[in-house]
Design a protein around this ligand. Structure first.
Ligand code: MG
Length: 451
């Protein structure tokens, strides 16, 4: 069944099976109309490397132009690169043709506000409603928007990142680094950043083909080749990105993929060694972060899952830094979006400042085990299962801002309904692996229909 997922942050689907040029054009008309057409300040348009990207980007651009919007085409660029360009160019908004870590057959369109942040709920809903009701304004032929090509927008992003770290100190270390950008949009930007920081870069999967040389998520099981490259070249660190470069994970100098949760914990602790200020992260992010915040005597603001929620908390509470445990670092000095480049620069700065290898930085963080599962909902209502979960664990501290979040001395359990699929997402973290596993198993049993 052809299916296009239309949400308040954009659209996503399988190309040729619900998502094609007609949908992209209509979405461009919807966003262009929402921005006010000719008065809208223009839209920055970028894409990741998926083979369907040029086709969808052309159609999306046509939609913007027909709505009277100026379209500023930055070509292949990371999602944070597009966000930085929106602010730098003073545009009314941004659009990225990407399906992030989804398989290559998928594509989508993600929208950004004029501040470079994910679109607000209100704006997202307005664009979605326009798209669904086909409530567009097509301007007269003499008012059609202009298309412009912005050359080398990657430079803007790289310079913004270089400006927030001690580049001289990092250059002085002449780090040897390995890189795996999964043939996505972040390869060229990342190589440029790392070389600007004096690194010798050994890159794999760097050609921007969109034919992903490994599983697109930067999770440990997908990083065997990067681990091997770290060992072969004697690199101090391996950096892995997802296809639109807003998630970063690390391989230490011994060739061990340390897991995505470490990225944010390490980077937050490093920033707190420079400056004092609160942190923000979603509820499903490792408890390592609570300990990092506690050790520094600062507040960690927890939010419901979703990049926008974290970005809003960072802005509202004036946070130093924040993000998501999946490797998404948000440094408000660069842009209010997850950014793999600033994450990598901060890791290098941490290593350069301390003179200690990455494995040591990881080993003095507390050890937890995280277990993630999905449970199909079948005919059950998510709310019924969540209620059963709540009743099953009456001894825990309860937070109901995003599904059911239960906390104990030794860990936590987070159960929430997916926004895009009929499944429950179950995540547990505990000091002991068996504790996390048994809590997840109990939820799986509760979710299983009787009989
Ligand atoms: Mg991504």
């Amino acid at each position: 069944m052809p299916q296009l997922i239309v949400s308040i942050s954009g659209i996503r689907g399988i190309v040729g099976d619900g998502l094609g040029p007609a949908e992209a054009r209509a979405f461009g008309l919807a966003f262009g109309t929402h921005l006010g057409g000719p008065e809208g300040g223009g839209v920055v348009l970028g894409r990741d490397t998926r083979p369907s990207g040029p086709m969808l980007a052309e159609a999306l651009k046509e939609g913007f132009l027909r709505a009277g919007c100026r379209a500023l085409d930055v070509g292949v660029l990371s999602t944070p690169g597009v966000a930085v360009a929106v602010r730098h160019l003073g545009a009314g908004g941004g659009a990225v043709v990407t399906a992030s870590h989804n398989p290559a057959a998928y594509n989508g369109i993600k929208l950004l506000s004029s501040s470079g942040r994910a679109l607000s709920r209100e704006d997202g809903r307005a664009v979605r409603d326009r798209f669904q009701r086909r409530a567009f304004t097509e301007v007269s032929p003499d008012a059609i928007g202009r298309g412009e090509t912005v050359l080398d927008a990657a430079r803007i992003h790289v310079e913004r990142v270089l400006a927030v770290v001690d580049a001289e100190r990092i250059r002085g270390r002449r780090f040897r680094v390995a890189l795996d950008p999964v043939n996505g949009a972040g390869g060229a930007e990342m190589v440029r950043l790392l070389e600007s920081l004096g690194c010798r870069v050994h890159a794999i999967n760097v050609e921007p083909t969109g034919e992903f040389g490994r599983g697109p998520e930067p999770t440990p099981e997908n990083l065997a080749d990067l681990a091997e490259a770290v060992c072969r070249h004697g690199a101090a660190v391996g950096f892995a990105l997802d296809p639109d470069a807003d998630r970063l994970s690390l391989v230490d100098e011994t060739g061990r993929p340390v897991g995505e949760e470490y990225t944010l914990a390490l980077v937050c602790r490093h920033r707190l060694s420079q400056e004092r200020g609160p942190l923000a992260a979603n509820l499903s992010t490792s408890r390592m972060l609570d300990e990092v915040a506690e050790a520094a005597g600062v507040t960690l603001y927890r939010t419901p899952v979703g990049e926008l929620n974290v970005a809003e908390a960072i802005e509202r509470e004036g946070c130093l830094i924040g993000g998501e445990g999946n490797g998404g670092v948000i440094d408000p000095r660069v842009c209010p979006v997850r950014d793999g480049l600033v994450g990598a620069a901060l890791v290098l700065e941490m290593m350069a400042t301390s003179g200690r290898p990455l494995s040591e930085h990881c080993s003095d963080l507390p050890v937890y085990t995280m277990v993630k599962e999905k449970a199909p909902l079948g005919d059950a209502e998510a709310s019924e299962v969540l209620e059963a979960v709540r009743r099953r664990f009456p001894d825990a501290r309860l937070d109901e801002r995003d599904g059911v979040y239960l906390a104990w001395e030794d860990g936590w359990l987070h159960v929430r309904a997916s926004n895009t699929e009929p499944i429950l997402r179950i995540i547990a973290e505990a000091t002991e692996e068996h504790t996390a596993r048994s809590r997840v198993r109990e939820v799986m049993n509760l979710a299983r229909p009787p009989g």
